[in-house]
Design a protein around this ligand. Structure first.
Ligand code: GBH
Length: 446
């Protein structure tokens, strides 16, 4: 095994979009500033027993107050693109009505600061922080919330539209479905399978209505969906494992991809849910046309593969990261990128998340050494390079994450950043991987 820093000599296309990603609730803190309302993640994290260590996003990395210093760190790294999310309850405290100018102003300042530093902004409209007031009227189980989302999106387009070249609608609808409504590990913490897939439909509808609102607003720029995709492989060669893998892939990938790119939900998944399921009952005429409103790009988030057994469970094949759900398998990046291009056409692709948590500590000399992040990124970049060489229209790559942050139900126990955050002092330290990434970007070479 060579030193992880040893270059592989893989050159990326000129101007390739090297970037990093964050989300609002995970980094901003400032939970009560400037008229921000409460989100379901405020409620969830303040409910005892829900989040590791009782951690909350009240302060997080205090990015709301430190964004200028954070912008300077992005510039220091040489980032060409930065993906962040907009907090819905900062724009509409109760999820409806006239936008809160002070909330919009924060993102205006952030976006202006990115432009001043030559970094392209990429904004996600919804990264899981639903206004609590909308949860109180049913949350994503209510079809109405999809229409509220479109109104919120329009307020954001009017407020900062012309300065943001790339928009994403809903971050990882599947994670809301699975973690929010199947296992209950995320807000709103339900375990209700019939509700979960109705929520999937309403999130897809919200996506489509958001794309339509963007077209109606007539502002320049591009918009797409942000999906976490999982390559699914049979755990053995049996016909049973192969057919279980097919259905698993339906729930993990095709439910979201087919509805957006083919205007239909996959038959195998609909059959499995059944005609009396809340989801199937909740699909109205015209919904799939809304959901499949053409997008300008697709944002892919890749973390782990699944190996599916004959009885439809999954098993691990590769070493895991500190997150027990994450198997480290760089070829999965190649497989998912080439598959999307093969099955859904040559829509421009961006990687909007890929990374791993590491148990970082500050050494006596004040440095933070994370060699496993360097080898992880090197190998996943190499897989993306191979996909590009094979014709995949991949234009940018955002590492998850720019900085350590509130990792949802894991609280601050998992550190996913290129930049270390000392939460006691809010001091930032570039990890060894950040210094390595700076050289990758400067040379366009891994
Ligand atoms: C992304 O989610 C998120 O977009 C980002 O906010 C997050 O910080 C990042 O990745 C790192 O996790 O149900 O216990 O088996 C990744 C979503 C998280 C979905 C883990 C599957 C399985 C955990 N994945 N989850 S569990």
């Amino acid at each position: 095994e060579p030193e992880p820093e040893t270059p592989l000599g893989l050159r990326f296309p000129d101007g390739f979009g090297w970037g990093a990603a964050t989300s609002a609730y995970q980094i901003e803190g400032a939970a009560k500033d400037d008229g921000r309302g409460e989100s379901i993640w405020d409620t969830f994290s303040h409910t005892p027993g829900r989040v590791h260590g009782g951690d909350t996003g009240d302060v997080a990395a205090d990015h709301y107050h430190r964004y200028l210093a954070d912008l300077d760190l992005m510039k220091d790294l040489g980032l060409r693109t930065y993906r962040f999310s907009i907090s819905w309850p900062r724009i509409q405290a109760d999820g409806t009505g006239k936008p809160n100018q002070r909330g919009l102003d924060f993102y205006r300042r952030l976006v202006a600061g990115l432009h001043e530093r030559g970094i392209a902004p990429m904004a996600t409209l919804y990264h899981w922080d639903l206004p609590q007031a909308l949860q109180d009227v049913g949350g994503w189980e209510s079809r109405e919330v999809a229409y509220r989302f479109a109104e919120y999106a329009d307020a954001v387009f009017q407020g900062l539209g012309t300065d943001v070249p790339t928009w994403l609608t809903v971050n990882e609808p599947k994670t809301v479905v699975q973690n929010g409504y199947l296992h209950g590990h995320h807000a709103p913490g339900k375990k209700d399978r019939p509700a979960a897939y109705l929520v999937a439909h309403h999130l897809q509808l919200a996506h489509g209505l958001g794309v339509q609102a963007f077209r109606a607003a007539g502002i320049p720029g591009r918009i797409g969906a942000a999906l976490n995709l999982h390559p699914c492989y049979p755990a053995d060669d049996s016909a049973e494992a192969r057919s279980a893998t097919r259905l698993y892939d339906g729930y993990e990938n095709r439910l979201y991809l087919d509805s957006i790119f083919k205007g239909r939900y996959p038959d195998d998944v609909l059959d499995d849910l059944g005609p009396q399921s809340r989801m199937v009952q909740g699909i109205r005429d015209g919904d799939l046309a809304v959901i499949s409103t053409p997008v300008d790009l697709l944002a892919v988030q890749y973390y782990t593969p699944y190996y599916v057994t004959r009885d439809g469970d999954t098993e691990n094949r590769w070493p895991t990261s500190q997150a027990s759900w994450q198997q480290i398998f760089p070829d999965g990046m190649y497989d998912i990128l080439t598959r999307v291009t093969r099955d859904y056409g040559r829509v421009p692709l961006t990687i909007t998340e890929n990374g791993l948590p590491t148990p970082d500590v500050v050494d006596e000399d004040g440095t933070v050494d994370d060699p496993s992040r360097i080898s992880f990124l090197r190998d996943h970049f190499a897989a993306a390079h191979r996909a590009i060489a094979d014709g995949v229209p991949l234009e940018s790559y955002h590492v998850w994450s720019l900085m350590d942050n509130f990792e949802w139900d894991q609280g601050y126990a998992e550190r996913w950043g290129l930049i270390y955050v000392d939460y006691a002092t809010q001091q930032r330290i570039l990890k060894r991987s950040a210094h390595w990434y700076r050289r990758v970007i400067a040379n366009d070479t891994v």
